[in-house]
Design a protein around this ligand. Structure first.
Ligand code: PLP
Length: 312
């Protein structure tokens, strides 16, 4: 049930639901001190989760990949997420789930001995690009100062907090008067940026990088929709020259959907405004948020829902 304390958001911390402003983790949690954490973010739009099952599957894959034992299963995570949104009463929400390695006991250096912690929270929906930017397109740069961390070091398919490279690219973009940056890998291929995947429409094909990136759920949704529209898609290598010659470029993220790019390194992309393919995929993407096939209504105040989680 909605409670005014939860109006700005609701978090699940160590077995309890608390107002977002009161949600705290111990300062020694290695999720904070060592970025030893994995997480996922799902959107709620107009009272419905979008592609929740895909987010839960990716989250579980991530926690298994880095040997976390969260003490919860998918069904319990789902229930907590419903409760966080329900308690907040939010109709459009940004819903995050996390597992941290946890707090070491004094002197303990072996992470296998830590008790992993599951957290979650729901806050008002976040837009990487605001409504005006989405209508006009955002200015993108290719980062010259930051290279994407090698997948051999940090697996980008396991959603993570190793944002040193992405943050550096973002600062570079902002200093250059742009909105955000895309990073290249060590071989010079285009990868992704702070919180988004990238697509380029080149020579009549929609291209998105195959590797060195998070397998974004929004990226997958765009591939699904584009395939249904009979648009030729390629999941492969995306080079700088291809990006520079693209007729359209857009970014995809749970936090903002499909975001058109109007300039790349100060050069106009296409006609310098969102292109027709980008806008039609964007329209289809948001239309699906009101449909049934990929949505799950939030259990607002559902008396059937019982939290079966144990406080840890
Ligand atoms: N790439 C990175 C590095 C991200 O952090 C995100 C989302 O936060 C994405 C891509 C987009 O993924 P999704 O569409 O699942 O939100």
């Amino acid at each position: 049930m909605q409670n005014s304390d939860f109006r700005d958001g609701c978090a699940f911390v160590r077995g309890n639901f608390v107002p977002i402003a009161d949600a705290m983790i111990p300062i020694t949690d290695t999720g904070f001190t060592r970025s030893d954490v994995t997480y996922d973010v799902v959107a709620v739009w107009d009272g419905k989760f979008f592609r929740l099952q895909q987010h839960l599957d990716r989250f579980e894959k991530s926690w298994q990949a880095i040997d976390m034992r969260p003490g919860v299963n998918q069904a319990q995570v789902r229930e907590v997420l419903h409760q966080c949104v329900s308690k907040s009463g939010l109709r459009n929400a940004y819903v995050e789930m996390l597992i941290t390695r946890g707090v070491p006991t004094a002197g303990e250096r072996d992470p296998r001995n830590f008790i992993n912690q599951f957290y979650a929270f729901a806050i008002p929906y976040i837009w990487i690009a605001d409504a005006q930017e989405q209508q006009q397109g955002v200015d993108l740069v290719i980062s010259k100062t930051a290279e994407r961390i090698s997948p051999q070091s940090v697996d980008p398919t396991v959603k993570n907090f190793h944002w040193g490279d992405l943050n550096r690219g973002l600062r570079e973009a902002l200093e250059a008067g742009a909105k955000t940056a895309v990073l290249l890998d060590n071989d010079g291929w285009v990868t992704e940026g702070p919180g988004f995947n990238i697509f380029a429409f080149v020579d009549g094909r929609l291209v998105t990088p195959a590797s060195g990136v998070l397998l974004g759920i929004t990226r997958q949704t765009i591939l699904d929709l584009a395939n249904e529209q009979g648009i030729d898609c390629e999941i492969g290598e995306l080079g700088v020259k291809q990006l520079q010659s693209a007729d359209e470029i857009f970014l995809t993220s749970t936090a903002g959907g499909v975001m058109p790019v109007r300039s790349l390194d100060g050069q106009v992309v296409g006609e310098g405004k969102p292109g027709p393919l980008t806008m039609s995929l964007r329209e289809l993407y948001w239309r699906e948020h009101g449909g049934d096939r990929w949505t799950e209504p939030v259990a607002y105040g559902d008396p059937q829902t019982k939290i079966s989680l144990l406080a840890s």
